[in-house]
Design a protein around this ligand. Structure first.
Ligand code: SF4
Length: 454
């Protein structure tokens, strides 16, 4: 995937100018966050569960080396070939070599952000192997040639009409706007690909150290099909997905689907323990698990940013983020978007390379309030902001501006005048302001004084 984090401001402006995208993102994110809050209202002890989840992740990440070792040994006993991969290029090479050695021409994939992170599709396609995304949202963006714009709903930025046009253009089918009909088109198209595929690739939501099991949550059944039908199953698993065992899994199962889509439980919960055995009708002949590091061990050594490894990729923080709601996921320029993307991307790509992302936050705290594992996202964003300044320093004009603004804030008259000037600027130079940005009411200062000072 082409990395465009340096172009954040340009891409954000482009997103703000797209009416269709604004509509699609705001509808979907509001729906998801509404469903999430309803689901938590109906979950007795939900807050305690979030605290417990935080404790489990804190402990698991603190002892990650031991848990990963334990998982690898248990999985090997189940007949799984476990490979520990230091980085994305190495993991891609492993899969490409495996596919070549087995003469595989077609691969089907379940949804996996980890494989997006390592650009696996591009590697396989360049090697002449056909890759088909089987999750409906991923399939849509694959046809559109776009990266995902949301962690759990990759095509969330597209309207029904745009999807109808895309299917007609790329698949040569009549134009249907009915979502059920569009789903049937995708289903028929992909069914054939399953029959051709010699390899199915998935990620995993959790890996259980005690038993060597991987756990995959999904709603469409495509991941289950991709992991059981082709002859070979390869799971690419970030090492931070390893948790102690089944007892801990129970806590996360109650939280993850509720946080992501407001469901009590995902429609399909697959616990996979190795290739098919002799007397089993289903299951692959071979199963490989790639335990991917790709920088995670390094993040773990950083006590301030370590909590970012607790992320379950539920997407709840994106749905409530006022910045994400306006600009969607593509503006963030890489795989992960929203508040967690603004924390993860600088760690994966380098703080200065993605320096606009930690600044793309109002620090309102909504993300931390919904995070099922209580990651203190605003604190992590502030840490990254501090490091950016430490690494690159302030420019002369920034220093003068901040001094001026600090002085202005201590004087009510100056503060009021600054806002009035900004308002005049908004009237006379509307192009300077992102569409939809509203400065405080003319009487903001008086209202603020009335409400909070008197
Ligand atoms: S940071 Fe928390 S809310 Fe955001 S995706 Fe990760 S687990 Fe979900």
């Amino acid at each position: 995937m082409k990395i465009k984090t340096e172009q954040f401001k340009k891409e954000a402006r482009r997103a703000l100018a797209s009416g269709n995208m604004q509509l699609a993102i705001s509808r979907a994110s509001k729906r998801f966050s509404g469903l999430r809050s309803q689901a938590f209202q109906n979950l007795p002890g939900g807050e305690e569960l979030r605290t417990r989840a935080h404790q489990i992740k804190t402990e698991a990440v603190a002892h990650l080396d031991e848990y990963v070792e334990q998982f690898a040994a248990a999985a090997a006993k189940l007949g799984i070939r476990v490979y520990r991969s230091p980085d994305g290029a190495d993991a891609c090479r492993y899969i490409e070599d495996l596919a070549r050695a087995q003469g595989i021409q077609t691969v089907v994939k379940g949804k996996s952000m980890t494989t997006e992170e390592i650009d696996l599709n591009q590697t396989l396609q360049q090697a002449g192997i056909q890759v088909w995304e089987t999750d409906l949202g991923e399939f849509i963006i694959q046809l559109a040639g776009e990266p995902p714009s949301h962690i759990i709903a990759p095509a969330l930025h597209k309207t029904q009409q745009e999807i109808a046009d895309l299917f007609t253009e790329k698949l040569g089918v009549p134009r249907y706007e009915d979502p059920e009909k569009l789903t049937m088109v995708a289903r028929e198209f992909l069914r054939e690909k399953y029959f051709q595929a010699g390899m199915g690739i998935s990620g995993a939501n959790f890996a259980l150290a005690g038993t060597g099991t991987i756990v995959i949550l999904e709603n469409e059944g495509n991941a289950r099909f991709s992991t059981t039908f082709p002859r070979i199953h390869v799971a690419v698993v970030g090492i931070e997905k390893v948790i102690p065992g089944l007892a801990e899994l129970g806590v996360f199962l109650k939280l993850l689907a509720r946080s992501a889509t407001g469901q009590k439980m995902s429609t399909y919960v697959s616990l996979i323990q190795g290739p098919g055995r002799n007397n089993e009708a289903d299951g692959p002949e071979e199963m490989h698990i790639i335990l991917l590091d790709n920088g995670r061990s390094k993040f773990r050594q950083d006590p301030e940013l370590r909590p970012s490894l607790y992320c379950l990729r539920c997407g709840a923080c994106l749905n409530v983020c006022p910045v994400y709601q306006r600009i969607g996921g593509h503006a963030y320029g890489w795989v992960y978007s929203g508040p967690i993307g603004s924390v993860l991307t600088p760690q994966f790509l380098g703080t200065l390379r993605a320096k606009d992302l930690p600044l793309a936050s109002t620090l309102c705290g909504a993300c931390a309030e919904v995070c099922p594992v209580r990651i203190p996202l605003p604190d992590l964003l502030l840490t990254l902001r501090r490091r950016i300044v430490e690494q690159q320093g302030h420019s002369g004009w920034e220093r003068s501006l901040m001094k001026g603004w600090a002085a202005c804030q201590t004087s009510p008259g100056c503060y009021r005048t600054a806002f009035e000037l900004a308002r005049l600027g908004q009237d006379f130079f509307p192009g300077l302001y992102p569409s939809g940005l509203e400065l405080p009411d003319k009487n903001f200062h008086r209202i603020w004084k009335d409400e909070y000072q008197d």
